[in-house]
Design a protein around this ligand. Sequence first.
Ligand SMILES: *Cc1c(COP(=O)(O)O)cnc(C)c1O
Length: 417
Amino acid sequence: MSEKTVPFSEEQIKEIIEKYPTPFHIYDEKAIRENAKKLYKLFDWVPGGFKNYFAVKACPNPYIMDILKDEGMGADCSSLPELLLSDAVGLEGDDIFFSSNDTPADEYVKAKNLNVIINLDDISHIDYLEKNAGIPEGICFRYNPGPLKEGNVIIGKPEDAKYGFTREQLFEGYKRMKEKGVKHFGLHTMVASNELNWEYFVETAEILLDLVVELTDKLGITFDFINLGGGIGIPYKPEDEPVDLEKVSAGIKKLYEEKIEKAGLHKLKIVMESGRMVMGPYGYLVTKVLHKKETYKTFIGMDASMANLMRPALYGAYHHITVMGKENAPVEGKVDVTGSLCENNDKFAIDRELPKLVPGDILVLHDTGAHGYAMGFNYNGKLRSAELLLKEDGSVVEIRRAETVADYFATLNYPGL
Ligand SMILES: *Cc1c(COP(=O)(O)O)cnc(C)c1O
């Protein structure tokens, strides 16, 4: 069970709304920092060191990245703007990981110029990288274990996934990179998304650690790190159990001792690129009821839409809803909570049991800190919301303003707009 609470009172949120109209996403700095510290503490045993590269796509806001940098995190990027954001917050070199796929040349050029860690997704990219950007001093490859490993719901079966090298390609690829003079090597995989089973991450680590030992032995190269990828799930539903990270840490520690230390490779660093577990639970979409509609069902129409939070419509994802001031009110019945897009799947919840709702009620959608604002879009002329930061002292700052109609028309050069 995970308790679903909000980090502000009804009175506080009403004050915030007076200054910043709904809808908006608000992030809880205190909780973000506590969680980051907890993660680092759990892996402080790694002799070679531990680092999480925050997957920027989860919440691409430099003010958030500042906080995470302050807690020791780097950035995991897969596009030029994400690289530029990471550069802007002062991350450099090894603090930035470039885990892209289907990558255009200009992005490799930027990554090489910033001297970040480049994680190749395919063996054909060795030549592409060499031709367009040159061979860097260090390289990482993304491994796809194929039928060796069962995937999960979002990423699917590894052999159907578009990502990564096969096992044979890894051996060939590292050999070629060694011949080209590369000195530093890393090995990466990511085969899960939003996974709650701790064993999954230990098994993934085992695959990588075994491979590192074998590759080191066969090719005579030394690995600086393994990268376990992201994919640590969060308990979106109140009945979900969070990932038991203590078991993940203990499980990997045991394997590290058995395989890595025994082989004398204990300078090996363990890194990951979690995004969801770093930000997901610490963001909230705050939205007001505009209309209540009774037809064959009851529809609660919000001032937010799937343009502000796409996950329910995209994956049927569950986001818990708290009605401010009615936390303990009895359930009135089942309702659909909708947005205003001309798409019938623009619903935050279907048949959700909620208390009696009236226009003006404030609803808080939980767990929107990752892939919430970030997945926003402008379909139907809908504008993206503001992002706010609830600071540790209880004050609130706007870390991104809401879009305006002028922003929406900014790319058009048409008279009268
Ligand atoms: C999305 C992604 C991540 C982050 O995944 P989370 O589920 O947010 O932890 C990390 N690495 C890569 C390559 C990704 O595509």
